[in-house]
Design a protein around this ligand. Sequence first.
Ligand code: ARG
Length: 466
Amino acid sequence: MSEQKQPSENKLWGGRFTGATDPLMDLYNASLPYDKVMYDADLTGTKVYTEGLTKLGLITPDELTAIHSGLEQIREEWKQGKFVEKPGDEDIHTANERRLGEIIGRHIAGKVHTGRSRNDQVATDMRIYVREALLDLSIKLKGFIESILKRAESEIDVLMPGYTHLQRAQPIRWSHWLSSYATYFTEDYKRLQQIIGRVNQSPLGSGALAGHPYGIDRDFLAAGLGFDGVIGNSLTAVSDRDFVVESLFWGTLFMNHISRFSEDLILYSSAEFGFVKLADAYSTGSSLMPQKKNPDSLELLRGKSGRVFGGLAGFLMSIKSIPSTYNKDMQEDKEPLFDALTTVEHSILIATGVISTLSINAKNMENALTMDMLATDLADYLVRKGVPFRETHHISGECVRKAEEEGLSGIDKLTFEQYKEIDSRFEQDVMDSFDFEVSVERRDAIGGTAKSAVLKQLKNLQSVLN
Ligand code: ARG
């Protein structure tokens, strides 16, 4: 048996423990490898917290000055990649405090944690970190949506088939398709602002669970850290990870939208459709087939939705039955969330690149429009002559069947006489119904395909972003 080592004296909880921990347990327990990305939030949190302690007279102004300069030195060390991690640095909070002691002496550094616990500390750091990350995503998302809107505006005249069940259904504008995804993404944008508001609430000053024993001014701490308010119950403050769940859900839903957007574009870029062509910058070749140009960017955008959802499902499972309040299970919030934030960030940037550089083939889009897609317009024609829609739907169906029977390429090839035979209420002007542009322009109600309606959509979306 190996001899028992004394617990490392720089362990935060060292006092009460006599046995050494299993080295594997140390590794298993440590979160520093992935929570060090929060170093900045952690240092800022301590900076403001010690100001709060100074207001209470628990730290002298001179000590505060020393603490702040120590914290800034540590920030520089992290920034320049010079921070030296040591065994016993369990997490970012432990590491920063240990280092502060080395720089300014343990006597002063030992005061910064007065009334604070890593429980309110980690919740604070996470909320700051996530807030900043979501704000950054919000800016990038805005850029992505604007690149879609820009494209939609400049290609407003291009028509293409709209699909249901992946079957050609009715003619639409290419810009209408673009605007449809811009609408999804703008809802994502709005949802993100709401989530940021809920993330941005301060847990600091809640202690381990029961609150602060020296009456710290939590509003002061919150204001100093840019929070919108304080969480009103100390037990909840330290144990609430709903902001992590919501952020993961947000990412999951966004990636779902990205995935559907990508799937459409993958189809549209195939030879069978030939509607769009990806820029070389976002395609790759095949190692075997020289002619291939694959839409890997879009496939990755589609595929990566899986890991974000996985993170959400996994983390919800991790926390579903934990008792109040802080439990170590909660440390499992970081890896899925940080991974999701990075995945979403990269996905937004790639999607922006894809949509702003692809080229469209307007001819192929228009050639894919077929006359049967105007069968509804034919039904609508008779509605305008006073025939009930249920009847006109049936009559239009007969026209489609008749054209098929006659081996004609479309309903526009039936003669006026043949129309008259099918229904006497057809008049000469029926022959004007077979125009895709007219069909698209007729749908001018809010949200429709008419140029004016699409332009209005684009304008409304832009105004949400402004
Ligand atoms: N590394 C921990 C986490 O990420 C910090 C909180 C530790 N708190 C505790 N009571 N052990 O959740």
